[in-house]
Each structure stands twice: as structure tokens, then as C-alpha cells.
Design a protein around this ligand. Structure first.
Ligand code: KIV
Length: 279
């Protein structure tokens, strides 16, 4: 039986009923697993830059990389709602290109929605994309694409004035028509206040338990990315260790001539072999 695809309406309807689950994926096999596990939303995050491409900053990926990964993800997904993360250059450096770029995520990569981080010109760009009929997920708090402008990779909204700014941003994005909002690295009580004030769901990462849903970078929670682990990450697996063991085992078996065994090899009939002087 064909699984029913989750829609933006389904996500909105979950608010206040049960928590919403979201994880990142950048490729076909992992997206397939996340989908099969029944996660509600998959983010093709620009975190691909750090955790999969070995780059220092998310600003170092552009539309070409993001569409390439988004296409691999949507090929695998049957049920989860797929959100394409708009790269920095696609709407912050070139705001006049933002609607065209957002549309490429939907039409070329077959994503269901796009995500944009808060920045100076955020409201204008977000409004234009929503008016073009493209569902938008907002992202406030720690916005990695503009971390240099907000004091670095730090918890945001820690004093009353900064917290009030976050509340205002959240309400403005809701008013424009965003269908959900990522809250990254925000004190849990402020995330709780924003969650209570909004009709749209909040999806927290480092924002505590009171959000309507949670998102993590899958490479972090599986223990696949070793360079840095933020405080808010829980490692559900040490995949690096397991994978390293398997790779070392393979290396040993090749060196000891134990792999490939007969079950991994192909044979030819003796008479055929004799015809060319073999056997
Ligand atoms: O790119 C990403 O993975 C994200 C999440 C941290 C929300 O934006």
C-alpha cells in the first residue's frame, strides 16, 4: 500500500497534539532510513557543508550543491515532508533571485518547502517567496549563516531585550505565513513563550523541551561527525566507531587474503577455461 505523503497542513495540525519529529539528510540511503523510521520532516540542511563536505561555514555551499543533495533525498523519500534549506548566496547575497531559487527547490529537486534563516532583509524575501506559493519554514535564534553578525555561535535571547527581539521576529514570520519556525540555541523558557504565542509549530534545536517539535543534524546524533559536538546534541549511536571497526576488518581480510571468499567470487566452467589454456 502506498504511504501517504505528509503535507504542510498535516504539520500545522500536529501543534498541541503530539510532538513533531525532524532530522537532516543529504543523501539517498540516509534519507530512506529517516523516512522509513517515520520522521515527520527531513531537512536537506546547509549543515551539509560542515558535516558532509568538510567545509568551515555553511555559507560555502550554493544552489548547485544544495539541489544536488536535495534531489538525492527526494528520490528516497515516500512519506516525510522534505524541506530544502536555502543557501546563503541564494537569498541573502542575491535577494532578487530568492523566489527563482526557492522555486528550483520545489520544481527541480521536488522538495515540499524551503527554509530561510533570519537576516536583515528577511521579511521582504520571506513574503515574496510565500506570495509565490512556496511554503516557508523560518529559522531564528542562532542563525549560522550570519553568526558573525550575532556574536558568533552562541545562545541567543539571553537578556530581556534580545529575547523580546526573538518573540517579535517569530510573530512577524508567522504573520507573513510561515508554516513552522526553527528555534536554534534559545533558552528553553523563551522557546516555550514563543511556542505558546504562535499558532504555527516551533521546531527546536538547542531550544529545550517546550517546542512543538525537535530537529537534529543526523550525522551528529548518529555520531558520524567527530570534529565538534554542540551541547544540545545527544549521540544515539557511535557510528564512527562502528564504521571504523568494519573498515579495519575489511583491510585486515584483504591483507590476509581472506576476502573475497568463494561466495563473493564468480566462476567459469573448467572446459571454457581449458580452451584458453587456463585451469
Ligand atoms: O542546516 C541545518 O542542518 C539546520 C538545522 C541546524 C536546523 O539548519
Amino acid at each position: 500500500m502506498e504511504e501517504k505523503k505528509i503535507t504542510v497542513g498535516d504539520i500545522l495540525a500536529q501543534k498541541g497534539k503530539r510532538k513533531i519529529t525532524m532530522l537532516t539528510a543529504y543523501d539517498y540511503p540516509l534519507a530512506g532510513l529517516v523516512d522509513r523510521a517515520g520522521i515527520d520532516m527531513i531537512l536537506v540542511g546547509d549543515s551539509v557543508a560542515n558535516v558532509a563536505l568538510g567545509l568551515e561555514s555553511t555559507t560555502q555551499v550554493g544552489m548547485a550543491e544544495m539541489l544536488h543533495h536535495a534531489k538525492a533525498v527526494t528520490r528516497a523519500v515516500k512519506r516525510s515532508l522534505v524541506v530544502g534549506d536555502m543557501p546563503y548566496e541564494s537569498y541573502q547575497v542575491h535577494p532578487q533571485e530568492s523566489v527563482k531559487n526557492a522555486r528550483r527547490f520545489i520544481e527541480e529537486a521536488r522538495c515540499d518547502a524551503v527554509k530561510l534563516e533570519w537576516f536583515d532583509n528577511c521579511l521582504d524575501v520571506t513574503a515574496k517567496i510565500i506570495q509565490a506559493g512556496i511554503p516557508v519554514m523560518g529559522h531564528i535564534g542562532l542563525t549560522p549563516q550570519t553568526a558573525d553578525k550575532i556574536g558568533g555561535f552562541k545562545v541567543q535571547g539571553k537578556d530581556a531585550q534580545a529575547a523580546q527581539r526573538l518573540i517579535t521576529q517569530a510573530l512577524e514570520l508567522e504573520k507573513l505565513g510561515c508554516f513552522a519556525l526553527v528555534l536554534e540555541c534559545v533558552p528553553d523558557k523563551i522557546a516555550g513563550m514563543i511556542t505558546e504565542k504562535l499558532k504555527i509549530p516551533t521546531i527546536g534545536i538547542g531550544a529545550g523541551l517546550h517546542c512543538d517539535g525537535q530537529v537534529l543534524v543526523t550525522y551528529d546524533m548518529l555520531g558520524l561527525f567527530e570534529r565538534f559536538t554542540p551541547k544540545f546534541v545527544k549521540k544515539y549511536l557511535n557510528a564512527s566507531e562502528l564504521m571504523l571497526k568494519a573498515i579495519e576488518e575489511y583491510k585486515g581480510e584483504v591483507l590476509r587474503e581472506e576476502f573475497p571468499g568463494p561466495q563473493h567470487s564468480f566462476s567459469i566452467k573448467e572446459e571454457e577455461l581449458k580452451k584458453i589454456g587456463g585451469g
